[in-house]
Design a protein around this ligand. Structure first.
Ligand code: FES
Ligand SMILES: [Fe+2]
Length: 384
C-alpha cells in the first residue's frame, strides 16, 4: 500500500462555497435532492405510523404499515398540492388529505377516492397517485433519494462494511440534536482530518494514541509505514467511553482487527457516518438547513440486551463521544466565522488532508453534472 498523503498542497474550495446562497442552492439541487439522505432508524418508526420529514426542504412522508412494510411519498396531494401530513399519526390502510379528503392507498399511493369531488371522464385516477420517493434500508437505517433515477447506494467501505455488527437489531438508546452555525461541508471537512485532534480533542487523543500525532493511521507516517491498525486504542481500553470500559457484552463475530481498532467508521456522503464499536454503535446525521447552518443528530445504538441491563444508562455511554462531537461542532463554527472574512478567498490543504481533498472532489463532480428534474415526471394534461 502506498502512502495516502497528498504529494502537493491543493487549494480548498473557494470561500463562496461556504457562505453564498446561490452556491448552496446548486448543492441542494445537485446533491441533497439526488443523493441518499438518512431519515432515521427503522426501529424508531413504529408499526402503523405515518411520519412527515423534510429532505432538502422537500416534504416527504414515511408510511409504515402494521405489518412492517415501508412506503415513502412526497408530502403533496395530487388534487391541488396540499400538505398531506403535518404531524406523526397512526396509519391505517389509507392516507387521507386533510383539505378535500382525497384518499390514497398507504402501501402504493394509488388514488382510491376523490371524496365529494366528481371528476369527469378526462380525469384518470391511475395517473394521480401519490408520487413515490425511492428508499433503501441499510444497517437498520432508512435512506431516501428524491431523484427519479437515484445513484447507486454506496457507503465508502462498501455495503458489507458493517456486516459483522447486528445493526438491524440495535435500538436507539440516546440521541443528541444540535444546531450548528456552519455550512454542512465544514463539518465533513473537520471529520476528514486529524490535524486538529491534538489541540481540539485532548480526551480522544488520550484514548487513541496515534491521534496525538495529528494522523489517523500508521500509513500517514513519513515513509508510509503501513503496519498496525487504524486508530488502535491505548493499552487497557476496550471502547470509546469515559473510562474505556465496555457497556455490555462485546458483539460476537468481530475480527481481531475490528476489536483492536474499536471504532470502525463508515461514511455515507453527504448524509451520515456510522461508528461501530465493540459493544455499541452510533450514527451521526448531517442535515443542511441553510448556507451557514446545519443540524447534527447523533444516535447511540445498543442491543436490547445491553439496554435491558439493570441500571444501564445510555447517556453515560454517550458522554464520551458527546464531548468529541461538541468539540468538533465548536471547531466547525470557529472555521465558519473565520471564512466570512473579506480577506479569505480560499485556503490550502496539507498532505495529511487527503480525505478532505477527496471530499472536495466528491462535491465538485456532483456540482458539475447536469441536474435532472426531481419529483413528478411526465406532464399530467395541459393547462387549457
Ligand atoms: S388538496 Fe388534497 S384533497 Fe384537495
Ligand atoms: Fe474532530
Amino acid at each position: 500500500m502506498s502512502s495516502p498523503l497528498l504529494d502537493h498542497c491543493p487549494p480548498t474550495l473557494p470561500a463562496a462555497a461556504y457562505t453564498d446562497a446561490d452556491w448552496y442552492a446548486r448543492e441542494v439541487a445537485a446533491i441533497w435532492r439526488r443523493e441518499w439522505v438518512h431519515v432515521g432508524r427503522l426501529s424508531d418508526l413504529p408499526l402503523g405510523t405515518i411520519r412527515p420529514v423534510t429532505v432538502a426542504g422537500a416534504g416527504v412522508i414515511l408510511c409504515r404499515s402494521g405489518d412492517g412494510a415501508l412506503s415513502v411519498f412526497h408530502n403533496s396531494c395530487r388534487h391541488r398540492g396540499a400538505e398531506i401530513c403535518a404531524v406523526e399519526a397512526p396509519l391505517g390502510k389509507l392516507v387521507t388529505c386533510p383539505y378535500h379528503a382525497w384518499a390514497y392507498a398507504a402501501r402504493d399511493g394509488r388514488l382510491v377516492s376523490t371524496a365529494f369531488a366528481t371528476p369527469t371522464a378526462d380525469f384518470d385516477r391511475s395517473e394521480h397517485g401519490l408520487v413515490p420517493v425511492a428508499h433503501h434500508v441499510w444497517a437498520g437505517s432508512i435512506f431516501v433519494s428524491l431523484a427519479a433515477d437515484p445513484p447507486v447506494f454506496a457507503p465508502d467501505l462498501g455495503l458489507g462494511a458493517l456486516d459483522n455488527w447486528p445493526m438491524e437489531r440495535l435500538v436507539t438508546g440516546h440521541r443528541l440534536v444540535k444546531d450548528l452555525a456552519c455550512n454542512w461541508k465544514v463539518f465533513w471537512e473537520n471529520y476528514n482530518e486529524c490535524l486538529h485532534c491534538p489541540g481540539i480533542h485532548p480526551e480522544l487523543s488520550d484514548l487513541v494514541p496515534i491521534y496525538r500525532e495529528g494522523i489517523m493511521s500508521e500509513a500517514e507516517r513519513p515513509g508510509g509505514a503501513v503496519h498496525g491498525n487504524r486508530s488502535t486504542l491505548k493499552d487497557g481500553a476496550e471502547t470509546w467511553s469515559l473510562d474505556g470500559r465496555t457497556c455490555g457484552p462485546a458483539f460476537e463475530g468481530l475480527t481481531e482487527a475490528q476489536r483492536a481498532t474499536a471504532a470502525n467508521f463508515v461514511t455515507v456522503y453527504p448524509t451520515a457516518f456510522f461508528v461501530a464499536h465493540v459493544d455499541y454503535a452510533r450514527v451521526v446525521t448531517i442535515t443542511p438547513t441553510g448556507p451557514e447552518s446545519m443540524r447534527l443528530t447523533a444516535e447511540w445504538l445498543f442491543t436490547p440486551e445491553t439496554m435491558g441491563q439493570q441500571g444501564f444508562d445510555p447517556a453515560k455511554v454517550a458522554a464520551f463521544a458527546t464531548i468529541v462531537l461538541e468539540q468538533d461542532g465548536a471547531a466547525a463554527e470557529m472555521n465558519q466565522r473565520g471564512m466570512r472574512s473579506p480577506a479569505y478567498q480560499h485556503g490550502r490543504l496539507m498532505p495529511q488532508e487527503f480525505d478532505l481533498h477527496h471530499f472536495h472532489h466528491w462535491v465538485m463532480t456532483r456540482l458539475e453534472q447536469p441536474v435532472a428534474q426531481t419529483g413528478q415526471s411526465g406532464a399530467q394534461g395541459d393547462l387549457s
